[in-house]
Design a protein around this ligand. Structure first.
Ligand code: AMP
Ligand code: MG
Length: 312
């Protein structure tokens, strides 16, 4: 049986409740269909990456009902406020520094101290977000490597019954992805071209640097060095366990569940990074399911660290 539901009051209520409880719901925005989860729920966010079968953790975009919610989650400066007044609700995604108290899973930001925010203009997206009454993290509702979906049937092709509901809102009116602008540093940077033209943004805030997300994304790197595939900790090191590990300082998943490990990864590394250790030894994580993305991110963390050290 198909889990595509027509948009109406009842399905909005069901979809909102599913999201609050940790489910996966695909919904239309004016740009493309998004696959959304409760952004405060680590496990739900991990299950989104699992469904998407992404071999790596890309940060997700937080979809909000209004601009006020943005100020509760991130630091919004004056220039950004001008952009928000002009382009929200709409197809501009803005990357900002997240507030430390923001109740958003670290996995949404892939461990970064920034967060991408958008208030979509689609009335159906709006109704869903209102019903969910929690920040919703979403990514385009296609399996990794497939093009972004603009009708409900595309979403079904990618996910079938692996997700809890597909809200049908017909064809996305815009059908092109949102523009992504990084406002987290002094100099605004365009991370992805999209619906909102760069000239319109520059007319408001002045010169914007152009970069491609793939090159410009800095991966989260802890202060401490990380050692992979460790059987045990050396003197002074913290041990981040996986599976049975009575000596571990923290454990990604005692049950060897890679999805649970993904849900815990960034929060645990951050926690250990604050402690009085000389480094973090991570026990082996199998290359299956989200284990691939976990190992990819840990390896990139090591590369980032080398680059940072060589700049010093
Ligand atoms: P998609 O998930 O396909 O809709 O694409 C969302 C895009 O937003 C991805 O390319 C992400 O890399 C980018 N993105 C989300 N959050 C951030 C962030 N905190 N910093 C930089 N880029 C981000
Ligand atoms: Mg995409």
């Amino acid at each position: 049986m198909s889990n595509i539901k027509p948009s109406n009051e009842l399905s909005f209520l069901q979809a909102g409740s599913l999201i609050r409880r940790g489910g996966l719901v695909a919904f239309p925005t004016e740009t493309v269909y998004g696959l959304g989860v409760n952004a405060s729920n680590d496990k739900a966010v991990a299950s989104l990456f699992k469904a998407k079968q992404r071999p790596e953790f890309n940060p997700l975009v937080l979809h909000l009902v209004d601009a006020k919610s943005a100020e509760r989650l991130a630091f919004v400066d004056e220039k950004t406020k001008m952009l928000i007044r002009r382009f929200w609700p709409g197809s501009l995604t803005i990357v900002l520094k997240r507030k430390p108290e923001a109740p958003i899973s670290e996995l949404v930001s892939a461990g970064l101290d920034t967060i991408a925010l958008r208030v979509p203009s689609s009335p159906i997206a709006h109704a869903l977000l209102r019903s969910a009454a929690c920040p919703v993290a979403a990514t385009s509702a296609n399996s990794s490597g497939m093009i972004s979906p603009t009708i409900a049937a595309h979403v079904e092709e990618s996910f079938g019954n692996k997700i809890d509901m597909i809200l049908d809102g017909g064809k996305c009116t815009v059908g092109v992805e949102s523009t992504i602008l990084d406002m987290s540093e002094e100099q605004p940077v365009l991370l992805r071209s999209g619906v909102v033209p760069l000239e319109d943004i520059e007319a408001i805030i002045g010169r914007v640097e152009r970069k491609d997300t793939k090159e410009s994304i800095r991966h989260y790197a802890p202060k401490l060095s990380i050692r992979l595939n460790a059987a045990s900790a050396k003197k002074g090191e913290a041990l981040l366990g996986f599976g049975d590990a009575p000596d571990a300082d923290m454990n990604l998943s005692r049950n060897k569940d890679v999805t649970e490990a993904a849900a815990n990864l960034f929060a645990m590394i951050r926690e250990l990074d604050k402690g009085d250790f000389t480094g973090i030894a991570v026990m082996p994580i199998p290359e299956e399911g989200l284990g691939v993305a976990i190992n990819d991110r840990l390896a990139k963390t090591l590369i980032q660290k080398k680059q940072d050290n060589s700049k010093k």
